[in-house]
Design a protein around this ligand. Structure first.
Ligand code: SAM
Ligand code: SF4
Ligand code: SF4
Length: 337
């Protein structure tokens, strides 16, 4: 069964946040002045259990979801994530299971066991190649080399091509665009530059902080010529660009300056079990109550999800304006990027 929303968009992928905790304090995501020592994270009893996640995932698969991405917070902080991947990979209709991580816990052994459990793809976030900028961004003095080691570990485990996510903030790390492009040019890794977004309220986002996707492409093209490449599939978030010299490709995610709401087939499940039908939604639908506190059958649960999706009309990025900036929004670390 494929369920379409009010704007005829089918649901195809689900991002599952398995924790709201993280060992980094990236200034654009979990700034220390908000996520400091006094911040209260969710107690374990509030989190969905893996059995609850797997049950929901089966219902999502029944309405059309074929791809799951595990995220957070830092997903590798949650114990036995490998076990959850094993449970998800057994679900009928699942084509793809991927993971977004900061790489800090991606040891060779962890990468291998994730792959063996059924993980297909991995994205590692890395915002700069020089320690000074990267440490200033992660704000916990985490060195670049350890993330580069994590990329090697992922590749050695057969999780390649690995995607490397770079959030670009003007005046902070836009000088890293070219060094990153040069470093990964000709390698099996694919760098994806992401426009800095106004997710949540704690990062103090301003439009002036965004380097537009068109400018990122121009800057890359001036150094190493690129040409547009066809999307891998309908609704792919990153615009693909291929190096003219055959050195691989880069991606650019233009969520702010060229929104792609029209082909947005994605839902997000928070660690607490709320379903968000848009990254910028103010409120989620409480699915934890449905799986924990009611006697709904699997068919009834699937029917509830189908009804939620079928009335969805979100298109925040298309209507973003001065007025929408002040609307209530959930934090990125809470629902996952
Ligand atoms: N901790 C993991 C990581 O950093 O890869 C997974 C969760 S993180 C919230 C997922 C992705 O969202 C990361 O690539 C991160 O860089 C990106 N992100 C966080 N805040 C962002 C923002 N304000 N604008 C754009 N991307 C953001
Ligand atoms: Fe943690 Fe990822 Fe957010 Fe950075 S972007 S603070 S690593 S959740
Ligand atoms: Fe999808 Fe909402 Fe982002 Fe638009 S703003 S692409 S609807 S998540």
């Amino acid at each position: 069964m494929t369920v379409q929303d009010a704007l005829q968009r089918p649901i195809r992928d689900l991002r599952i946040s398995v924790t709201d905790r993280c060992n980094f304090r990236c200034v654009y995501c979990m700034p220390k002045h908000v996520f400091g020592p006094g911040h209260e994270f969710l107690p374990r009893s509030e989190l969905l259990t893996y059995e609850e996640i797997a049950r929901l995932a089966r219902s999502f698969a029944a309405i059309g979801v074929g791809k799951f991405r595990l995220t957070g917070g830092e997903p590798l902080i949650r114990r036995d994530l490998v076990g959850l991947i094993g449970m998800l990979s057994g679900i009928e209709g699942v084509e793809d299971i991927s993971l977004t991580t900061n790489g800090s816990m991606l040891t060779p052994d962890k990468a291998r066991t994730l792959k063996q459990a059924g993980l297909r793809r991995i994205t590692v976030s890395l915002d700069a190649l020089d320690n000074q900028t990267f440490m200033m961004l992660n704000d916990v003095d985490y060195p670049v080399q350890k993330v580069l080691d994590a990329l090697d570990n992922a590749e050695a485990a057969g999780l390649s091509p690995v995607k490397v996510n770079v959030v670009v903030k003007k005046g902070v790390n836009d000088h890293s665009i070219i060094p990153l492009v040069r470093y990964f040019h000709g390698s099996s890794h694919i760098v994806r530059f992401i426009e800095y977004m106004d997710v949540g309220h704690s990062n103090g986002w301003r439009l002036d902080d965004v380097v537009p996707a068109a400018e990122i492409a121009e800057r890359i093209n001036a150094e190493l010529p690129i040409e547009p490449a066809e999307p891998n599939y309908r609704g792919e978030v990153a615009q693909r660009w291929r190096f003219v010299d055959g050195g691989g490709e880069v991606g650019i995610v233009s969520s702010v300056t060229q929104p792609f709401c029209r082909s947005c087939h994605r839902a997000r499940l928070s660690a607490r079990g709320e379903l968000y039908t848009c990254l910028f939604a103010a409120r989620g639908h409480d699915l934890r109550r449905l799986v924990r506190d009611t006697e709904l059958s699997d068919d009834e649960l699937t029917d509830r999800l189908s009804r939620i999706w079928s009335v969805r009309d979100d298109r925040y990025s298309e209507i973003r304006s001065e007025n929408t900036l002040s609307l209530p929004k959930v934090e990125m670390s809470y629902i996952g990027g």
